[in-house]
Design a protein around this ligand. Structure first.
Ligand SMILES: [Cu+2]
Length: 167
């Protein structure tokens, strides 16, 4: 009888011990080097962004430069005239984009995204200013393989120049 009881107690103790001492869990991982945080994606130089200064006067638009590589173009527009002017660009199937109306001395910035190569008309949409001469052409050149710095002067593109009609 007592043996039986002792045996039961031992069993109980045994199971307590088992529960109290659970098998060791896998140890925490040793403090190794932290995983490197991913660096921010490098800016893709695929599409260059060019800034063109557009000066508006009566009745003229001057673009500097007037030839840019394909990509985004930011127009820094300044009204140096004495009347209200604005700037709009159209061509190559793009949606016509237009700056604010600028009072004399006013400035605005117009960003035109991803212009393809080709010719674009830049004019003043106010009243009949375009007819009076406020129109010019922005030439966008295809992205060159080895893009050179300095965009002034389209290299060797004189083919379309009108021949002097002197006889
Ligand atoms: Cu105008």
């Amino acid at each position: 009888m007592t043996r039986y009881i002792i045996g039961a107690i031992l069993l109980l103790l045994g199971s307590f011990l088992l529960i109290g001492c659970p098998p060791k869990q896998t140890p925490p991982p040793p403090p190794g080097p932290m995983p490197q945080p991913r660096p921010p994606a490098a800016m893709t130089p695929a599409m260059p962004s060019t800034t063109v200064t557009a000066t508006l006067t009566e009745y003229k638009i001057v673009l500097t430069p007037s030839t840019v590589p394909a990509g985004d173009v930011t127009f820094q527009i300044m009204n140096h005239g004495k009347m209200l002017h604005a700037l709009e660009i159209e061509g190559q199937g793009i949606k016509t984009q237009r700056s604010k109306d600028l009072k004399p001395g006013g400035t605005d910035t117009l960003v035109v995204k991803t212009l393809k190569a080709g010719k674009y008309t830049v004019d003043c949409p106010i009243a009949n200013h375009e007819k009076l001469g406020m129109t010019t052409t922005l030439t966008v050149t295809p992205p060159a393989a080895g893009m050179t710095k300095g965009i002034s002067g389209a290299p060797g593109e004189k083919g379309a120049a009108t021949k002097p009609a002197g006889k």
